[in-house]
Design a protein around this ligand. Structure first.
Ligand code: BGC
Length: 726
């Protein structure tokens, strides 16, 4: 006989014996006692079979709890741009529900381009509320694999090429998500930097590059952000799948003391023995025999299901590893679905639309603005031609697991028309199409139609770039090339012959090659902006919002300017891919080899101008435990309010190992009214001066002189000062 036992907010059917009326709750249900005591208490009550059940999926996106103890199932869901629509229990097909739309948030690249800790925290808090409202306990975001080269099809889901920037912002996002009692899941741990061969490729990389470039962002998100879950990557490292990788697991759980759950990527588990001993706690998405054809109990065939149970029962393996996994899952439950104090969340609220808009407003990057043609002056331009498919194209829906069912998505053309009002005549021509299958006659007529309209315009705004089709920005595929897709280059070259100046707006994880870019008057890059994508873009175009994003990646002129392509291997030989460029990823390669990319890392303009004053440090010499405080005054010398991201890079003047010319170690976003001066304050410690020493397997800072370079981008260094490490 079951009695009903009421926990505030949750009604749990629980077996007699678990709770005695009017008595103190059993230890594991008592949230006023230490969480570790609760974990041990719950663990002691579980049978072997219950423990095994808890460590693998029971559906596409849930793992089972223990009903007799009132431990609920864990519900997880994608993904970075919003809480994913409901899928069928056993299949990837959508469930066809009518109440599962969401606010689409800007892609993580846009969050990274904000270079604003508060914006990353807002993203986390706001998206976490949507997950909570949909009763999801784990949000499969943020993804922070390093942008090693422009071809990775998932670059848009990640946070750029620099581990410091990605790590600091991801940590804020994690804290924001988890403030809702929903776990963040930092993914994909680690070295998942290409989609081609992602299920089999073995990454060959130096230990130094592993730590300095590929793990450092994870370390910050996990250690500083306090992430409760991590997802293993599909690929291999040291010839072992990352989902159950001895080496990576030791770093995660021993060195970083991660006490949460390491879950597999969907279908990332490959071996029971390794999964048991190399730290995999929760198995999802394995392609077991018969699952697709609906064979009953297929989840029991998972690597961490019956095969594991059989090994325990036959005495081949013990239960210490199992208990460790279950402890972590119980801890996760107490932090999430058994946390009675968590809020209820909210979804599709006006506040969330405002949040998505605020994030995107700070993510858009003004790359170029010749003659200050932007913002568009309505008294100067009366006939604007908007050209390009992305002005009126859904960019929230596809792209793989991060695609969402947005409740709405504001199209740029609609937002532009609204802001332009009656003063300006707006014409729209599609100009090119990404339709599949291709029809060159249709493509030609779209182009000719746009060119005709261009003759009558006094300003052309081209809104193009990429979309989330396979081989563009899309999971499971890498981009085919960096050339303009869908014949956009043919159209652009012709449009640039018109008398009207051309403003180019691109979307996607990056631009495409533009040998003709010199002729383009102004350029904005808008990533993927979510539900309020169009609104934010129109506001920036017409000056209602002053752009303040900066590039979290280098925009190359052509692919071979990228270190991974020039020096390293991509995509490898199907078995291995060697990261021969080593630590020289992104701007670290650009600086070393004096490459002149289209736009440098950290670049981004404003409609106002800033003057950098003189930086002052509170000391010029530091000992290893010290912190140096640097105060950098910046003044808005223009006539509009604006935000400036002040960046600090460290340069080691002399070292025993090759070091990058400079590395980002601080950034502050200042909001300045016209004429106003504020200080960017940076704190530098010996850790910021160090490199990963492969011999001692630790971070090492060598005494000597270091330059602190402060500026508006990795190219535009305004001030510098030298400090000495004693
Ligand atoms: C992706 C993950 C995603 C998971 C669940 C995998 O294919 O790599 O990022 O969270 O599917 O949809």
């Amino acid at each position: 006989m079951n009695k009903k036992f009421r926990l505030p907010g949750v009604l749990i059917g629980i077996a007699v014996g678990a709770v005695v009326a009017n008595a103190a709750p059993l230890p594991y249900l008592n949230d006023s006692i230490d969480i570790e005591v609760r974990v041990e208490d719950a663990l002691a009550r579980l049978t072997l079979e219950e423990k095994i059940a808890m460590i693998h999926a029971q559906s596409k996106f849930t793992s089972p709890g223990v009903p007799r103890l009132g431990i609920p199932d864990l519900a997880v869901s994608d993904g970075p741009q919003g809480v994913r629509e409901e899928l069928l229990w056993d299949k990837w097909d959508v469930a066809g529900q009518t109440n599962d739309s969401c606010t689409a948030y800007p892609a993580l690249m846009s969050v990274a381009a904000s270079w604003n800790r508060d914006i990353a925290a807002l993203y986390g808090k706001s998206i976490g509320e949507e997950f909570r409202q949909r009763n999801k306990d784990v949000a499969l975001t943020p993804g922070i694999n390093i942008y090693r080269h422009p071809l990775c099809g998932r670059n848009f889901e990640y946070m750029g090429e620099d581990p410091y920037l990605a790590g600091i912002l991801a940590a804020e996002a994690v804290k924001g998500i988890q403030s809702n009692g929903v776990a963040a899941c930092v993914k994909h741990f680690a070295l998942n930097n290409q989609e081609i061969d992602r299920h089999k490729v073995n990454v060959v990389v130096s230990e130094r590059a592993l730590h300095e470039i590929y793990l450092e962002g994870f370390r910050r998100a996990i250690v500083d952000g306090g992430a409760w879950t991590v997802m293993g990557a599909y690929n291999k490292y040291r010839n072992q799948f990352c989902t159950h990788n001895e080496y990576l697991n030791k770093i995660l759980k021993t060195d970083w003391k991660f006490d949460g759950v390491l879950m597999s990527d969907w279908g990332g588990t490959e071996d029971t023995h390794q999964a048991i001993f190399n730290g995999l706690d929760l198995e999802f998405g394995t392609y077991t025999d018969g699952l697709s054809s609906g064979k009953s109990n297929a989840y029991d065939n998972y690597y961490l299901a019956n095969p594991y149970l059989a090994l325990i029962k036959s005495g081949v393996v013990g239960t210490a590893e199992l208990d460790d996994k279950v402890r972590r899952i119980l801890r996760l439950c107490f932090r999430t679905n058994m946390n009675r104090n968590r809020g209820f969340g909210s979804r599709n609220s006006a506040q969330h639309s405002a949040d998505a808009l605020a994030i995107q407003q700070e993510g858009i990057v003004l790359l170029k603005n010749e003659g200050d043609i932007l913002p568009i002056d309505k008294s100067r331009f009366h006939r604007i031609l908007v050209v390009g498919e992305n002005a009126d194209f859904c960019l929230t829906k596809y792209g793989g697991s991060s695609g969402v069912k947005a409740r709405y998505e504001v199209m740029p053309i609609d937002a532009i028309r609204k802001i332009a009002g009656n003063d300006v005549k707006i014409e729209y021509r599609k100009g090119y199409t990404s339709d599949w299958p291709r029809n060159t006659q249709v493509e030609d007529s779209l182009r000719i139609d746009a060119l005709k309209a261009a003759d009558k315009a006094d300003l052309i705004v081209f809104i193009g770039g990429h979309n989330k089709h396979p081989c563009h920005d899309c999971e499971s595929y890498d981009r085919g090339s960096t050339k303009a897709p869908y014949r956009q280059d043919e159209l652009l070259v012709e449009l640039l012959k018109a008398k009207a100046p051309l403003v180019l707006v691109t979307m996607g994880a990056n631009q495409f090659d533009m040998p003709y870019s010199g002729k383009i008057t102004a350029m904005l890059h808008a990533w993927y902006g979510g539900s309020e994508s169009g609104t934010a873009l129109a506001q920036v175009l017409f000056g209602e919002v002053n752009p303040s994003g900066k590039l979290p990646v280098t925009f190359y002129r052509q692919l071979d300017e990228c270190g991974a392509i020039a020096m390293g291997e991509y995509p490898g030989d199907g078995k291995n891919v060697s990261y021969n460029e080593d630590i020289f990823v992104g701007y670290r390669y650009v600086d070393k080899y004096n490459v002149k990319p289209q736009f440098h890392f950290g670049h981004g303009l404003s409609y106002t101008k800033f003057r950098y004053g003189q930086p002052v440090a509170d000391k010029m010499k530091i000992l290893s435990g010290d912190t140096i405080k640097i105060v950098m005054p910046v003044t808005n010398i223009g006539r509009r309010s604006g935000k400036e991201v002040v960046q600090l890079y460290v340069q080691d003047e002399k070292a025993s190992v090759p070091r990058p010319v400079k590395e980002l170690k601080g950034f502050v976003k200042l909001n300045l009214a016209p004429g106003e001066t504020r200080n960017a304050v940076f704190c530098i410690t010996a850790r910021d001066l160090s490199f990963y020493d492969e011999t001692s397997r630790s971070w090492k800072a060598e005494p000597g002189v270091f330059k602190l370079l402060i500026g508006a981008s990795s190219l535009d260094i305004k001030r510098s000062l030298s400090i000495s490490l004693m």
